[in-house]
Design a protein around this ligand. Structure first.
Ligand code: NAD
Length: 282
């Protein structure tokens, strides 16, 4: 049976460290603050935003949730981003994705002041990550690396396979694994013989968005399996991209869904925000 990687416990540990840093900043008269812009009524986004605000409170950080109506125009959104960029009392700004279809996501993200870009999605930060100079790492992939390291998984020289090539998970995940000296393969919807490739992975990261897609016969015995997927099943429960029940019998380590990568994403967001506040205080 695989060792269960307890994302909740590791996230709590990370957030405790953030709370200490927040307390130290407050002694210098700085209250770290995160602003989240939420456009529209997407139910999943509402939950994520609520969880982020709750985490801020737990870390002793201020949070501002800016709710904008579904019919918000690109100009109105940009104006709001600029207003927050100019506000010295706010250190981190994130735009909750996905935005309503009529809005240009890439244009909005590039409008965020890169020093306040705690999601690490700004082109400046994405470029810094590519060249190994990043000061802020995208929260979900950074959380996955933290889970692996704190679980004692050997990264150096490991064969790592990432399924998914999105800008927010798959691609930055591959870059971070490369930085940790893994040999990295990125798979996607056009990959041939996917199972043959994943079977060679010492570390397998699934970021696909398809419930229970990764089966036991795709996993190398003893591998570390990190499940990024969050999929809502018909009965209302959540499932990852990995068929957990099958996979835990083969894998060496595995993250559950929920309670794996999800809590770490928020913990890393807290870490990025307090770091942004520290950097801006200098
Ligand atoms: P995305 O839709 O942008 O990307 C999915 C990727 O999966 C694509 O690159 C695609 O090529 C690949 N893919 C699709 N079908 C495939 C197939 N049959 N075989 C191989 N590859 C295939 O999604 P995303 O934003 O990267 O998110 C992926 C999943 O992770 C989703 O379930 C999302 O909800 C979840 N997610 C979780 C967190 C978290 O904090 N836990 C954060 C972000 C995303």
């Amino acid at each position: 049976m695989a060792i269960l990687i307890d994302g909740k416990a590791i996230a709590a540990d990370v957030k405790a460290g953030v709370a200490e840093k927040c307390a130290a900043l407050k002694e210098k008269g700085i209250e770290p603050a995160l602003a989240v812009i939420l456009v529209g009524e997407d139910p999943a986004s509402q939950v994520y935003v609520r969880n982020k605000a709750r985490a801020c409170k737990a870390c002793g950080m201020k949070s501002h949730v800016i709710r904008m109506p579904e019919e918000t125009t690109q100009e109105e959104l940009i104006a709001k981003i600029r207003e927050i960029n100019a506000d010295d009392a706010i250190h981190g700004l994130l735009i909750q994705l996905p935005l309503p279809k009529h809005l240009d996501e890439a244009a909005a993200l590039s409008e965020v002041d890169w020093k306040k870009d705690v999601d690490g999605f700004h082109l400046m930060n994405a470029g810094a990550l590519l060249s190994g100079q990043a000061s802020v790492l995208p929260c979900t992939p950074a959380g996955c690396i933290e889970l692996l390291k704190r679980s004692g998984v050997e990264l150096k020289g490991a064969n790592a396979v990432v399924i998914g090539r999105s800008n927010i998970v798959g691609k930055p995940m591959a870059l971070l694994l490369l930085q940790e000296n893994c040999t990295v393969t990125v798979c996607h919807s056009k990959t041939k013989n996917l199972g043959e490739i994943t079977k060679n992975a010492d570390i397998l990261v699934a970021a696909i968005g398809r419930a229970k897609f990764v089966k036991a016969d795709m996993i190398k015995p003893g591998a570390a399996v990190i499940d990024v997927g969050i999929n809502r099943l018909e009965d209302g429960t959540l499932a990852g991209d990995v068929d957990f029940e099958e996979a835990e019998k083969v894998a060496g380590w595995i993250t559950p869904v929920p309670g794996g990568v999800g809590p770490m994403t928020i913990a890393m967001l807290m870490e990025n925000t307090v770091r942004a506040a520290e950097a801006q205080a200098k």
